[in-house]
Design a protein around this ligand. Structure first.
Ligand code: C2E
Ligand code: CA
Ligand code: CA
Ligand code: CA
Length: 278
C-alpha cells in the first residue's frame, strides 16, 4: 500500500474552492481508493511500425468507484492535481507500473511502459530520486519506463520542468511529449528539454484523412521529430486509412482503438502472446 502523508495543505488554503466539503469527501474517497482495488491500471498497446517490434503500452488509470461507477481520469485527475494528491497517486502508479514491468521481464517479456505524469509531478524535485529508487528496488532497466508529459505541463514552470526531466533522462528513463501540437507552446522547449518521443495529439490524427491542414501538421511533426532524433507516435488511430497514411509518412509507433483500447492486465498479456489485431 502507498505511504500515507498528511492531507495536502492546499485543501486548507482559505482561497481554495467554495465547495470544500464536497472536495474533502472526494479526497478521502480517493485516498481510500489507493488501498482498495478501486484504482485500476489499463494497458493500451503502442505498436511499432518501423523498428524491430518493441512491445510497449501506455498505462491509463480508471477509478471504479463503489457508488459512482467507473470514473474516467478526466474526472479525477484535475481534482487530484488541484489538491496536490496527485503526487501520492503518481508515486503509487509508478510503484505499480514498475513492479508490473519487472514481473513481465522476469517472465521473459520486455514491455516498455509509459505512464502519464502531470505538471504538479514535474515541479516535485524528489521525483527523479523516487523513480531511481523504485527502478533499483525492482531491478528494472530504466529504458523500459517512459514518462508522458503534456505540453501544457511543460509550460507551467518550464525551468523546473526542464530540471526534473533532465534528471529523469540522466537515469535513462524515456520522456515523451504528449498531446503534441495541441498546446500553445513554442518549439524552443524541444531544444531545451531532453525528450525522446513526440506523441501527435489525436485531434490531428482524427482529421488527417479529410483535412489538409491536419495532415500537413502530422507530416511535419513526424519530420521535425525525426530531424531532432526523436521517435514519433500517433495516438487516437481509429481507421485503416489513417494507419496507411501514417505508415507512408514514416511514423514510428501508433496507438488507438483500431488496435486496442486500454485493457486489463490479463487481456493485455493475451495480446502479447497472440500479437495485436489490425
Ligand atoms: P492521454 O494521455 O492523451 O491518453 C489518451 C486518451 O485517449 C485515453 O483516454 C485513451 O483511452 C484515449 N484513446 C486511446 N485511443 C483512442 C482512440 O483511438 N480514439 C479516441 N477517441 N480516444 C482514444 P483516458 O484513458 O480517458 O485518459 C484521458 C487523459 O487522462 C489522458 O490523456 C491523460 O492525460 C490522463 N490520464 C490517464 N491516466 C492517467 C494517470 O494514470 N495519471 C495521470 N496523471 N493522468 C492520466
Ligand atoms: Ca498519454
Ligand atoms: Ca495524448
Ligand atoms: Ca489528453
Amino acid at each position: 500500500a502507498a505511504k500515507r502523508q498528511g492531507v495536502p495543505s492546499s485543501v486548507y488554503d482559505p482561497g481554495f474552492d467554495t465547495s470544500r466539503e464536497h472536495h474533502l469527501s472526494l479526497l478521502s474517497e480517493l485516498r481510500n481508493a489507493l488501498d482498495r482495488p478501486e484504482l485500476r491500471l489499463l494497458y493500451q498497446p503502442k505498436i511499432s511500425l518501423r523498428e524491430a517490434p518493441v512491445v510497449a503500452a501506455e498505462v491509463l488509470m480508471r477509478w471504479e468507484h463503489p457508488t459512482r461507477g467507473l470514473v474516467t481520469p478526466d474526472d479525477f485527475i484535475p481534482f487530484a492535481e488541484k489538491t496536490g494528491f496527485i503526487r501520492e497517486m503518481t508515486q503509487w502508479l509508478l510503484q505499480r507500473a514498475i513492479r508490473q514491468a519487472a514481473v513481465w521481464r522476469r517472465q521473459g517479456r520486455e514491455v516498455e511502459l509509459s505512464i502519464n505524469i502531470s505538471a504538479r509531478d514535474l515541479i516535485d524535485q524528489q521525483l527523479p530520486q523516487r523513480i531511481a529508487s523504485l527502478l533499483t528496488l525492482e531491478s528494472l532497466p530504466p529504458r523500459l519506463l517512459c514518462l508522458e508529459v503534456t505540453e501544457s505541463a511543460l509550460i507551467e514552470d518550464p525551468d523546473r520542468a526542464a530540471d526534473t526531466l533532465q534528471a529523469v533522462r540522466k537515469l535513462g528513463v524515456q520522456v515523451a511529449v504528449d498531446d503534441y501540437g495541441s498546446g500553445f507552446s513554442s518549439l524552443t522547449y524541444l531544444k531545451r528539454l531532453s525528450v525522446t518521443e513526440l506523441k501527435i495529439d489525436k485531434s490531428f490524427v482524427a482529421g488527417m484523412t479529410s483535412n489538409a491542414h491536419d495532415s500537413a501538421i502530422v507530416r511535419s511533426t513526424i519530420e521535425l521529430g525525426h530531424s531532432l532524433g526523436l521517435s514519433v507516435t500517433a495516438e487516437g488511430v481509429e481507421t485503416e486509412d489513417q494507419l496507411t497514411l501514417l505508415e507512408q509518412m514514416g511514423c514510428d509507433k501508433v496507438q488507438g482503438f483500431l488496435f486496442s483500447p486500454g485493457v486489463s492486465r490479463e487481456r493485455f498479456e493475451a495480446t502479447m502472446t497472440s500479437g495485436p489485431a489490425g
